[in-house]
Design a protein around this ligand. Structure first.
Ligand code: SF4
Length: 77
């Protein structure tokens, strides 16, 4: 489970975030390229835009569940 105390500062404000345990595997960025981006210097993913539609929220929840290191969090639950 992602930890809010390890939330990366690169994330845009909002309930979804990536924490510092991200291993830069690329999966979230491939699955939801509008939502996740890569910090090239740090070698991590972060939430570049919070989801707005029900469809996007469903998509990010799916990506969250698939992250191998549980590095994606939802602060709203
Ligand atoms: S799927 Fe998880 S470990 Fe992989 S890049 Fe995204 S946040 Fe990082």
């Amino acid at each position: 489970m992602a930890s809010l105390s390890d939330r990366l500062p690169q994330n845009q404000p909002g309930v979804y975030y990536v924490d510092s345990t991200c291993i830069d595997c690329d999966q979230c960025r491939v699955s939801a390229p509008d939502i996740f981006a890569r910090d090239e210097d740090a070698g991590v993913s972060y939430v570049q835009r919070q989801p707005v539609s029900a469809e996007e929220i469903a998509q990010i929840e799916e990506v969250l569940a698939e992250c191998a290191t549980d590095s994606i969090g939802n602060d709203g639950v």
